[in-house]
Structure formats: C-alpha cells, structure tokens
Design a protein around this ligand. Structure first.
Ligand SMILES: Cc1cc2nc3c(=O)[nH]c(=O)nc-3n(C[C@H](O)[C@H](O)[C@H](O)COP(=O)(O)O)c2cc1C
Length: 357
C-alpha cells in the first residue's frame, strides 16, 4: 500500500484534559483562550492538523465547560495559516444545507485548510434532552449517510435536488463554492459496520480508534478492500502519547495517569450509563487498560522516544497517514513530542503538509 507522508495532529482540549480530570499538572480548562493557545502553538511547533471534537454538552459531566466546535473552528481558521482544522459534526445537530454553507465559509476563511469529521452520536442526553431524539445505532447511520451525501455534493458546488427518507432539497446551490480545491476534506470517525460502509462510500479519511497495530491493520484491510468511487481511502489513528527518555520513565508516567484516572470512576460510570451500548467504539475501549479517549494509550505510543518513533513508523507502514494525538499535560507534552519525536520519524519540517482533497 502506498501511504502519504506522515502527518501529526493534536486533539483540541474542547473538554479539558483527556486522561484524567484531577491532575495537579493539568487543571481543567476547556476555555476558548486555552484552545486558541494550544492550536496556535501546535501550528508553530510543526503539527499539521487539529481535531475539534463536537459535544454541545460535556459528555463526562454536564456541568463542566465545553467548547463550541464550529464557531471555534471559524476563529481558529482566521488565527492560523498552515494547520489543517478538522471540525467534528453530528448530523442530527444541523440541517445539511446549513452545515455545508458553514463548512464552505470556514474553508474560505482558512484558505483551503478545513475538513469535517462526521461522527455518529453516542451520548444519549445530548440529543434526547434537546428533544431531537436518539434513534437506534443503525438508523443514526442511515440518517448520517443521507446527510453526508447531500453535504458532500453541496460543498462540491453542485446544484442539488434530492428527495429522500429525511431530506427534501430542491435546486439548491451554494456560492461561492470552494475557492481552493474541489471541496473540504471529509473524515469519518466510527468503527461499526455501517460506519465502514459510510466512510468507504463518502469519506476521504477514516479515523480509527487507538488500538494495537495488528487490529488496526485488520480494520484497514477490511475497509480498503471495499469498492468506492474516487481516490483510495486514507487512514488516521487516534492515540494518546507518553514519550520519555526511557521506556521505564514512560511507564511511570503512564502509571501516574492511570492512578489519577481511577479518581474519575464515578464520572465514567455516568458516561457509561449515558452511552448507547451498541456503539462499537466503547466496546473496543473496554479491551485494554488505558488512558485517553478514543483508544488512548491502547495504541501503544508509550515508551522511550525511540520506541514511540518505531511504533509510529510501523503504523505508517500499515497504512496510517495521520496521527491525531492526545497528551497530558497537553502543552508541555506536545512540545516534548515535537522536539524529541519529530526528528526521529524523519519528517521534513519545512514542508507544508496539508493534504488536499
Ligand atoms: C477520531 C474520532 C473522533 C471522534 N469524535 C467524536 C466527537 O467529536 N463527538 C462524538 O460525539 N463522537 C466522536 N467520536 C465517536 C464516534 O462518534 C463513535 O465512534 C460513534 O459514536 C459510534 O460509532 P461506532 O458504533 O461506529 O463506533 C469520534 C470517533 C473517532 C474515531
């Protein structure tokens, strides 16, 4: 498989720290100011991408602060010049015409660096308490598939007429269309069978939850083999990194975070109760003790700088192009990663690595 050059991204801290909430080294901060500082610094350090997850209410504890994704994406687009900005979207929250219009505007503000990450919902109260309702897992994917088929055509500048199960759109075209490329990129996060069908049919990049390389390789083999129109699908991996001088030091840092994360058990229990049990992502995440969301340290990027670099290269050889990374404490550890690991994976810092759709 021919894989594009490695790219590295950082999850924006939209709901504070990713590993543990009671960490003296990382006070809870989901503010706009914190997110702005992190993303601007990530760009300066040479990171290629950032992912702004979408939750209208905090999925761990409802009374905690939560960053709004789309307004923040627009502001970040104006404040940066090189980094790719990926905004997550749950289809039920926006009509496809409105969302497509917003995506094209942020693409324009960013001068061709914007992408959407289509995600299916798992946190029931977010939709239920809004009165939107929480459809069955596969029905949500059927809705999402019709939704993205419309968004994809609209952000490509097509004039769209469509009558389907959920939408009735007539003779609709958005202007200006994309000024920089054919359309913003489409990522998809989700692991179930309908998620795989959706990304094979409509996505550019499939985001895989962090897990061991053999499992990731099997997922890539499954989805890459599916028939699709257009260029081959690309692959991204979510992972939580703990990189230190030695494997032992990294293990100690991992143990520190695991112990802190144990204090979040009551909060996690509420989260579990709120989660749709059919969501495959949550089943995957029960398999290995880990810290971080979306697989976290289960991807194995824990160890000495050399160990982490070697594992990244192995994932890259298996087909992963983009690593969307979590750290804690975020600012210090993303700096360390840029200083210590970037040189070991031989990336050319002078290159502009924004992938074009
Ligand atoms: C990289 C990545 C990012 C994700 N971001 C979000 C997000 O921003 N908001 C959200 O509610 N779910 C997010 N998810 C979770 C997916 O929505 C989740 O996989 C889905 O709810 C369940 O689908 P599944 O059964 O196909 O795994 C993300 C998943 C991945 C892999």
């Amino acid at each position: 498989m021919s894989v594009r050059p490695l790219r590295f991204g950082v999850w924006a801290p939209v709901h504070g720290p990713r590993a543990a909430h009671h960490d003296p080294e990382e006070p809870y901060d989901a503010s706009w100011e914190h997110n702005r500082r992190i993303v601007v610094e990530a760009e300066a350090l040479g990171f290629d991408s950032t992912l702004i997850a979408q939750h209208t209410i905090n999925p761990h504890q409802e009374d905690l602060d939560q960053l709004e994704t789309w307004t923040s994406a627009a502001a970040l687009a104006a404040l940066t010049s090189r980094i790719e900005i990926i905004a997550a979207i749950k289809p039920y929250l926006f009509h496809p015409v409105v969302l497509a219009k917003m995506a094209l505007q942020i693409e324009n503000i960013s001068r061709g660096r914007f992408a959407i990450n289509l995600v299916n919902a798992w946190n029931r109260p977010e939709l239920e308490k809004a009165g939107i309702g929480f459809a069955d897992h596969d029905d949500r994917y059927a809705y999402g598939t019709e939704w993205i088929s419309l968004v994809s055509r609209l952000i490509s500048g097509e004039r769209v007429t469509h009558k389907g199960e959920n939408f009735d759109v007539r003779d609709y075209a958005l202007r200006p269309s994309d000024l920089y490329r054919s359309r913003p990129a489409i990522y998809v996060g989700g692991e179930s069978e309908p998620a795989r069908q959706l990304v094979a049919a409509h996505g550019d990049v499939w985001f895989i939850n962090g897990q061991p390389r053999r499992d990731v390789a099997a997922l890539i083999a499954d989805v890459a083999a599916r028939p699709r129109l257009g260029p081959p699908l690309r692959f991204g991996l979510s992972a939580f990194v703990i990189a230190r001088q030695t494997d032992e030091e990294a293990d100690i840092a991992h143990q520190r975070l695991l112990a802190l994360a144990a204090q979040d058990a009551p909060m996690r229990a509420v989260q579990r109760a709120n989660t749709d049990p059919k969501v495959v992502m949550m089943q995957t995440m029960q398999k290995t003790p880990r810290v971080g969301s979306n697989g976290g340290t289960a991807a194995g990027l824990v160890g000495s700088y050399d160990t982490v670099a070697r594992r990244i290269n192995e994932f890259h050889a298996a087909g992963i192009e983009l690593f969307m990374l979590q750290f804690q404490p975020l600012e210090a550890e993303m700096r360390r990663f840029a200083e210590e690991v970037f040189p070991l994976v031989g990336r050319d810092q002078s290159r502009s690595l924004i992938a074009r759709a």
